[in-house]
Design a protein around this ligand. Structure first.
Ligand code: C5P
Ligand code: MG
Length: 165
């Protein structure tokens, strides 16, 4: 079944941005980038890629956003491992739409430094595993801000679900 044949699909889109500070680890997709001079300033581990993917997953089924389910500033979410957030969001989808199957996901990471190319395979493998996708179904794009936002990491992510009959 494909869209042209009348399948039932849900697209989701998410976005996240964090300021960068020295002394913080940079987490992207559950993978740490050890040579990063700065990491995300955040109440949780600041993994902007997992946050954007989690919001994309929720948005596909009109389930709100991660701030509703994991209020920032609450003691329970301090230094939270963002893999827990993504797992919870996928669980909410499974509850609301038991026949939903993730078809593919994509993300664009905007970061000026360091170069992320050497981490592409590891970040892809990590995200694909958390999403239950083959690595070939997770598209990962890296962009610099061309110096326009040197103190931020920003991620946009999209997901596509199919509802099986
Ligand atoms: O943003 P820009 O077009 O200058 O990116 C050019 C290349 O640099 C892309 O191939 C991208 O994968 C890579 N890149 C990277 N690490 C970043 C930003 C961009 O490897 N932090
Ligand atoms: Mg975040």
């Amino acid at each position: 079944m494909n869209a042209a044949e009348g399948g039932d699909y849900r697209i989701g889109f998410g976005e996240d941005a964090h300021g960068l500070a020295v002394g913080r680890a940079l987490w992207l997709g559950g993978h740490s980038v050890p040579e990063a001079p700065r990491g995300a300033i955040a109440h949780s581990d600041g993994d902007a890629l997992l946050h954007a993917l989690s919001d994309a997953v929720l948005s596909a089924f009109a389930l709100g956003d991660i701030g509703i389910h994991f209020p920032p500033g609450e003691p329970e979410t301090a230094d939270m491992d963002s893999r827990v957030i993504l797992r919870h969001c996928l669980g909410l989808v499974a509850q609301k739409a038991p026949t939903a199957r993730l078809v593919n996901a994509t993300a664009v990471v905007t970061l000026d430094a360091p170069r992320l190319g050497p981490h592409r395979d590891a970040i892809t493998a990590s995200c694909a595993e958390f999403l239950g996708l083959a690595p070939g179904r997770f598209g990962l794009t890296f962009k610099t801000s061309e110096g326009l936002a040197p103190d931020h990491v920003q991620v946009r992510a999209s997901v596509l679900f199919e509802l099986r009959r």
